[in-house]
Design a protein around this ligand. Structure first.
Ligand code: NAD
Length: 484
């Protein structure tokens, strides 16, 4: 049986024990993962620290950037391995891995290899009493060893989104993949070794969060900064760990995102967009839409169109081209999502479609499937409208005015993203400046330009990554003042 190893100091190594890797589509054991010990975490951090002082630290910006291009090219060469691994770890349809998640992971390396070469730093000519003046200029230095803590939804895309800029800036990393989805982080270790990234630059330690690898890594005194994607409550725990030694953090956290459709919207485009934003990746997308506000005149027609489209989603074997709907990640997560399904019903929701567990096929019956689900009829203070569910479901409510919908959309502790559908662009811009989120999509959803700022407001995150914003986190500016 395949064992996904840790990758420390340029070599694959076992761990203190092994834990199961289950395919969520079948519920079957597909392999084991080596559980890193505290000593392994120490070794990974020590290796990352010494790599900073060795060959890696001495590489020029151009050479680092070229290496990252080679990483991207080697991911493309091993495209099928990455697709297969991610498909089995997540249970999501192969087509999604092929068309979006793996190519975008490779693109992260190319993008940050380019960006890092094209960022100027500031300089000032400063007057002095003797009239000669002084020249101030800033140089960018890597922060050092970065701990990269990753979630299980689109694991390779989200991990490379952090690893690529961290390495582009000259840091070294110790990655902790989610315990649910370890395989592509290990494959990336093979890629790094193949293209000649020096040992210690990229390390992977596998394990759990609390009282395990996640905690040991984030509390480690030689980790200089922590970048984390995951749940808001986990972010709070990591922030506490980071306080010791005053380490910098960048957090991409949970959301309870609103979708807003005005009566003048292109209805069919809006239904297509909301279909993706609610059901892609079985609803396990931080940017997904769980609260929908539809302008009154089109409420009934929208609910009918969305539910008809969602009824056609086809769960099935992730390898099949026709499969466009996958399972939830784990039994535990399915229990959580089903508890929300029961809660909605108990609170008096009208179940438009779904609400339960589908029969997919005899072979897949032990997978972690739930039905795509749409509710109406709940009030704004209902639990399912306030807490992040992270499943394939949404609640739809009517609204009457711009002011009303802004207030209701903003009435949440989260602030990650929103998607707004209207043909009135003045209104769209007005709305965008009033909705309290890090990312607003107008007549679109998940349209990403990797150069733009990405991150959440309120409890959806701290800091921004993407483009030069990533460089702000992964480097430190040092000022040099020269008396002329
Ligand atoms: P999670 O917080 O449970 O786990 C994320 C990672 O943190 C895992 O690797 C886990 O092992 C580790 N971890 C858990 N406790 C830890 C601790 N005390 N110390 C150190 N590490 C710890 O999140 P998840 O369930 O894997 O992912 C789903 C969540 O991620 C959702 O809330 C979703 O909204 C969020 N998310 C946010 C974004 C974004 O960009 N804002 C993107 C994707 C996912």
């Amino acid at each position: 049986m395949q064992v996904v190893q840790n990758f420390i100091d340029g070599s694959f190594v076992g761990g203190a024990a092994e834990f199961d890797n289950i395919c969520p589509a079948t519920g079957e054991l597909i392999g084991k993962t080596a559980l890193a010990s505290e000593v392994d975490v120490d070794r990974a951090v020590a290796s990352a620290t010494s790599a900073l002082k060795g060959e890696w630290g001495a590489l020029s910006l151009e050479d680092r950037s070229s290496l990252l291009y080679e990483v991207a090219a080697e991911i493309q060469n091993r495209f099928d391995n990455f697709v297969e691994a991610e498909m089995l770890d997540t249970g999501q349809p192969r087509t999604m891995m092929e068309h979006a998640f793996i190519p975008r992971g490779a693109a992260n390396f190319r993008t940050f290899a380019d960006i890092v070469k094209n960022v100027p730093t500031e300089s000032f000519h400063t007057p002095t009493p003797d009239g000669a003046g002084a020249l101030n200029y800033a140089i960018r230095k890597p922060k050092g060893v970065i701990a990269v803590i990753c979630p299980w939804n689109s694991p390779f895309l989200l991990m490379s989104w952090k690893v690529a800029p961290a390495l582009a800036c000259g840091n070294t990393v110790v990655v902790k993949p989610s315990e649910e989805t370890p395989t592509t982080a290990a494959l990336l270790g093979e890629v790094m070794a193949k293209v000649g990234v020096p040992k210690g630059v990229y390390n992977v330690v596998n394990g759990y969060g609390p009282r395990s690898v996640g905690e040991w890594l984030t509390q480690h005194e030689n980790v200089n900064a922590i970048t984390f994607t995951g749940e808001t409550r986990t972010g709070e725990a990591i922030m506490t760990a980071a306080a010791r030694g005053l380490r910098d953090v960048s957090f991409e956290l949970g959301g309870k995102n609103a979708g807003i459709v005005f009566a003048d919207a292109d209805l069919s485009a809006a239904v297509d967009g909301i279909m993706r934003s609610t059901f892609l990746n079985c609803g396990q997308v931080c940017l997904g839409t769980e609260r929908l506000y539809i302008e009154h005149p089109i409420f009934d027609v929208f609910v009918k169109a969305l539910s008809e489209a969602a009824s056609k989603l086809k769960p099935g074997d992730p390898r099949e081209k026709s499969t466009n709907f996958g399972p939830l990640i784990s039994q535990e997560h399915r229990e959580k999502v089903l508890a929300y399904y029961r809660r909605a019903e108990a609170d008096g929701a009208r179940i438009v479609i779904g609400g339960g567990v589908p029969h997919v096929s005899d072979e897949l019956q032990n997978g972690y499937w739930v039905e795509p689900t749409i509710w109406t009829g709940l009030s704004d203070d209902s639990t399912v409208l306030r807490e992040e569910i992270f499943g394939p479901c949404c609640h739809i409510q009517p609204f009457d005015s711009e002011d009303e919908v802004v207030e209701r959309a903003n009435d949440t502790e989260y602030g990650l993203s929103t998607t707004i559908w209207t043909r009135d662009l003045s209104r769209a811009h007005r709305m965008a400046s009033r909705i309290e989120v890090g990312i607003t999509w107008i007549n679109s959803w998940f349209l990403r330009d990797l150069r733009t700022a990405f991150g959440g407001s309120k409890q959806s995150g701290i800091g921004r990554e993407g483009g030069v914003h990533s460089l702000e986190f992964y480097t430190e500016l040092r000022n040099v003042c020269v008396k002329l």
